[in-house]
Ligand binder design. Structure first.
Ligand code: NI
Length: 139
C-alpha cells in the first residue's frame, strides 16, 4: 500500500471525543510535533510496521542493543561467535566501551521478522548480557 507518493497527499476527516483529542494534542505537543497530521502519519506508519513484524515472512531490519560487562567469563568471545554464525543477517556491529567494565554493542540485523527475533533472542539471552533491546522497522 502506498500511503504517500512524492508530493501527493490525501486528506481525510477524523471524529474524536473532545477529551481524547485534548489528550492527543497534549501528547503530540510534548513530542514536539508541529501539527496533528505529522503525528497521525507516524502513528499509522508505526502500526503498519508492527503488522509486518507479526507476519513471519515480512522483510524487516532490526537494531539490537546489548549491554554487558566484558570482564564476564568469555562473554566477548561468545557474542562474537554468535555474530559470525549469523553473518548473513548481521550486517553491521558497533562496539562502544562505556566505562572500565561495561560495553554497549549495537547491531543492524536484516532478514525475515522471525529470523531477526530469533537471532536477537539468542544474543540477549547469552549469559552475562545485562540488558538487550530489539527495535524493528521496515522500509
Ligand atoms: Ni568494550
Amino acid at each position: 500500500m502506498v500511503l504517500q507518493k512524492m508530493g501527493e497527499t490525501k486528506r481525510f476527516g477524523i471524529s474524536l471525543p473532545p477529551d481524547l483529542l485534548e489528550k492527543f494534542d497534549e501528547k503530540i505537543d510534548e513530542k514536539m510535533y508541529t501539527n496533528r497530521s505529522e503525528a497521525i502519519r507516524d502513528l499509522i506508519r508505526d502500526y503498519l510496521v508492527e503488522d509486518k513484524w507479526e507476519s513471519p515472512e515480512g522483510e524487516v531490519v532490526g537494531a539490537l542493543t546489548l549491554i554487558y560487562d566484558h570482564e564476564q567469563r568469555r562473554i566477548s568471545d561468545k557474542l562474537t561467535d554468535l555474530q559470525h554464525k549469523d553473518y548473513a543477517h548481521i550486517i553491521s556491529t558497533m562496539h562502544i566501551h562505556l566505562d572500565e567494565h561495561n560495553c554497549m554493542e549495537t547491531m543492524a540485523i536484516k532478514g525475515e521478522a522471525e529470523q531477526v527475533k530469533k537471532i536477537s533472542d539468542k544474543l540477549i539471552s547469552t549469559k552475562g548480557v545485562k540488558h538487550g533491546k530489539l527495535v524493528m522497522t521496515s522500509v
